[in-house]
Design a protein around this ligand. Structure first.
Ligand code: FES
Ligand SMILES: [Fe+2]
Length: 449
């Protein structure tokens, strides 16, 4: 194991567990994603108070007790391949500077100069031999330590040797750099729990950006998370998807902190009126997989197995090893939610990541990061990295499905602010939402972390 900035990095495919003050590698895991249904926790049936979505006081408690204690994705290791490469990432009122300090060491710092507080770098990415603050030229090494202070002798009190960029725990998994504002944070692998074992078969570290956008949405960050953690709204918001997903037979698994649901793709919803129809959406899926829908001889129920067989054949022809994925994973969305704000829509050849970030001051605003990655054949060149762009709500299309969600979210937030609305009435199919609130309470009401 390699110790990195206060946390531990382990080989991909291993799990660790705390034993006293030591972190032990317990087992090597390279098997398939477990599909066993998790036992159902008891979560109650109460209304979820609307204050959790609209109140500044609740937002402030979330920041103090939760956001500053959890591991969060900062960005991709692929964006900082060389020593001195860096990028910034913003979370709530804070900005962080992520730096590859050495070949095997990535560090995370508050993006704040200890002299008079100037930001060391503007949002973005780049390369530096050292970090010189633009205000008065204090300069810092890549490990954050003080390198040079102009006119140092004029600080009659002296410049303390420990004047440095303030570091926070940092580690990597899945090709992402993660950081945690809690200096005493548990190790990343402990925080992630079952996630690496479940998702290592997708090999995110071999996947590359094809889309990287941020949208400012007029809703609470949880309003957005909720919209993706249930498929109950498909019939209302996305009726076209009834043509090619099963929104009823969805396995939901609630773990200690994180959760998932497994959504079958490539078949008709039981809600769809004509169960014999080879719908336009199913035909499009066949076409996209390289199967001519006009000569396809099966009915709607034959599409999903045909897609899975075709994916296997295509992968074999193109040198992509999908042997760690089960057949369902070749068609379906194994949809994982890593508490509090990472959603991974996993597919055999790529992942669509959502990251919901809270606004600095307003509970009715948030930032939605949409990132799409593709897996490429061994030995082939990655696609050019798209430039990250930020947009206001509605400025660009995110595709029909996400546009439908985007349209809806500010309206939900406005409704939640109404005097008439008391709280969220959650059904069994929406219980991932209730589970998230239970975990939030673990942070807000539980022991100090
Ligand atoms: S604020 Fe950075 S050198 Fe003065
Ligand atoms: Fe949706």
């Amino acid at each position: 194991m390699v110790r990195i900035a206060g946390a531990y990095r382990v080989r991909p495919g291993t799990t660790i567990q705390q034993r006293g003050s030591k972190y032990m590698v317990l087992q090597s895991v390279s098997q398939q994603t477990p599909t066993t249904k998790a036992p159902e926790p008891t979560l109650g049936t109460d209304l979820i108070p609307k204050e959790r979505y609209v109140s500044k006081e609740f937002m402030d408690r979330e920041w103090e007790r939760m956001w500053t204690k959890v591991w969060n994705i900062a960005g991709r290791t692929q964006d900082i391949p060389n020593v001195g490469d860096y990028f910034t990432t913003e979370l709530g009122p804070e900005s962080f500077l992520i730096v590859r300090e050495a070949e095997e060491k990535v560090r995370a710092f508050y993006n704040v100069c200890p002299h008079r507080g100037n930001q060391i770098r503007n949002p973005g990415m780049g390369h530096a031999e050292s970090f010189q603050c633009a205000y008065h030229f204090f300069e810092f090494n890549l490990d954050g330590s003080k390198k040079f202070v102009p006119d140092e002798d004029t600080f009659t009190q002296g410049v303390p040797q420990e004047t440095a960029l303030i570091e926070v725990p940092c580690d990597t998994w899945g090709g992402w750099v993660w950081f945690n504002m809690n200096p005493d944070a548990e190790p990343l692998m402990e925080f992630l729990g079952e996630i690496p074992e479940h998702l290592n078969p997708y090999h995110f570290e071999k996947q590359y950006f094809v889309q990287d956008v941020t949208i400012e949405w007029d809703c609470n960050w949880k309003t957005s998370v909720d919209a993706f953690n249930e498929v109950y709204h498909v019939q209302g918001i996305h009726p076209q998807i009834l043509e090619n997903i099963d929104d009823i037979h969805v396995q939901i698994d609630l773990y200690e902190r994180h959760n998932r649901y497994l959504v079958p793709f490539g078949l008709l919803s039981p809600r769809y009126p004509n169960q014999e129809e080879l719908t336009r959406a199913l035909k499009e899926m066949l076409q996209a997989a390289g199967i001519d829908p006009e000569t396809f001889e099966g009915g709607p129920a034959d599409v999903r197995p045909a897609l899975q067989a075709q994916v296997k054949k295509h992968a074999a022809d193109h040198g992509i090893d999908l042997s760690e994925l089960n057949d369902d994973q070749l068609s379906d969305d194994y949809h994982y939610y890593i508490f509090p704000n990472i959603t991974l829509n996993t597919h055999h050849s790529g992942v669509m990541l959502f990251r919901q970030r809270p606004h600095a001051t307003d509970p009715n605003k948030m930032y939605y990061d949409l990132q799409n990655y593709v897996r490429i054949p061994e030995g082939s060149d990655p696609p050019p990295r798209p430039v990250h762009t930020t947009h206001k709500h509605g400025e660009i299309s995110l595709g029909l499905g996400l546009d439908q969600d985007s349209y809806n979210l500010p309206r939900v937030q406005k409704g939640m602010n109404s005097h008439s609305f008391k709280g969220l009435l959650i059904n069994y199919r929406e219980r991932r939402i209730r589970h998230m609130h239970k975990v939030i309470d673990d942070y807000l009401e539980g022991p100090d972390r």
